[in-house]
Design a protein around this ligand. Structure first.
Ligand SMILES: Cc1cc2nc3c(=O)[nH]c(=O)nc-3n(C[C@H](O)[C@H](O)[C@H](O)COP(=O)(O)OP(=O)(O)OC[C@H]3O[C@@H](n4cnc5c(N)ncnc54)[C@H](O)[C@@H]3O)c2cc1C
Length: 263
């Protein structure tokens, strides 16, 4: 089977800084890591490849330094890697990002199963996987906590829904987004670490893709970041009821709770 895994280079949330002028995250090599749930996505693809045979391709959209996460994926066992990179893609919101990734996926070839992390840690909209599926017109199951391949043409996906466990048969081709509970990602192997410097990362620019220029980057992004500001925790207020008969004090307490919609 042919597997594709979308991996994102994210800002380590412990070192996150926003540029106050632009409202954008300050990104650099030192504070960037492979998005944690993308390790689970990659592990899912590698395990299925171990079971069924085939190839695992990884793809990332980002600046040239995002090649680092593709190399890390190669060291974990991926077979080939594509970096979708061009200044024209800069400033993309989720719609433009998923459109660009879907166009790149179409260009690379057809895949039985596409894996994404459920969400990134630096933007965490959880929209990219379902949007890629919608753009490609294929099936999609989000937030997988279990996955198996038993019946040809389908994967069985488990997801938690409140206190219930949903077990779904998803027709292939499709997209599955993966949670951190899905599996335990493997460590890079010595062979993989040696391979990562030999494998060529294929770059795809806007000129290489069948994209409509009005649907990529800032131009193709209907959402705009208007402002980013620190969250100010709500001020806590204490209510003291003193020197009143119990019935009156209880009534006043209930009145205050009613105002806060607590009862
Ligand atoms: C108006 C606006 C402007 C923005 N401008 C910029 C900007 O200038 N520069 C910038 O870096 N970001 C920018 N962003 C953020 C960017 O849109 C998101 O990082 C991107 O759309 C992915 O969203 P997410 O991280 O919430 O994805 P989620 O849906 O939370 O991610 C889920 C999964 O999708 C996959 N995925 C997500 N992104 C990628 C990717 N790039 N490549 C491969 N797989 C991926 C991964 O598997 C990931 O685990 C902007 C956002 C908005 C709204």
């Amino acid at each position: 089977m042919k597997f594709l895994v979308c991996v994102k280079q994210v800002v380590d949330t412990s070192q996150m800084e926003v540029d106050p002028a632009t409202g954008r995250l300050k990104r650099n090599n030192a504070n960037s890591i492979l998005n944690p749930m993308d390790r689970n996505a990659l592990e899912a693809a590698l395990s299925l490849r171990d079971q069924t045979g085939g190839r695992v391709t990884v793809i990332s959209m980002g600046p040239p330094q995002a090649a680092a996460v593709l190399k890390e994926a190669i060291s974990m066992g991926a077979d080939e890697a594509y970096l979708v990179t061009d200044r024209a893609f800069g400033g993309a919101d989720t719609l433009a990002t998923s459109y660009t990734l879907a166009s790149a996926i179409r260009k690379i070839g057809s895949f039985d199963l596409i894996f994404c992390g459920m969400e990134s840690i630096d933007s965490n909209t959880a929209q990219i996987g379902p949007e890629i599926a919608a753009t490609l017109g294929i099936s999609d199951v989000s937030a997988a906590i279990g996955l198996s391949y038993e019946k040809e043409g389908y994967v069985q996906v488990e997801r938690q829904f409140g206190d219930d466990l949903e077990v779904l048969d998803m027709k292939l081709p499709g997209v599955v987004t993966c949670t951190g509970e899905l599996n335990k990602p493997r460590y890079p192997s010595i062979k993989g670490i040696l391979k990562k410097d030999e494998v060529e990362i294929h770059n795809l620019t806007a000129a290489d893709l069948p994209v409509d220029a009005g649907r990529i980057g800032m131009k193709g992004s209907p959402t705009q970041v208007r402002q980013v500001r620190p969250v100010v925790p709500p001020k806590k207020e204490n209510l003291r009821i003193e020197g009143k008969p119990a019935a009156e004090a209880v009534e006043e307490l209930f009145g205050a709770m009613r105002k806060l919609n607590l009862v």
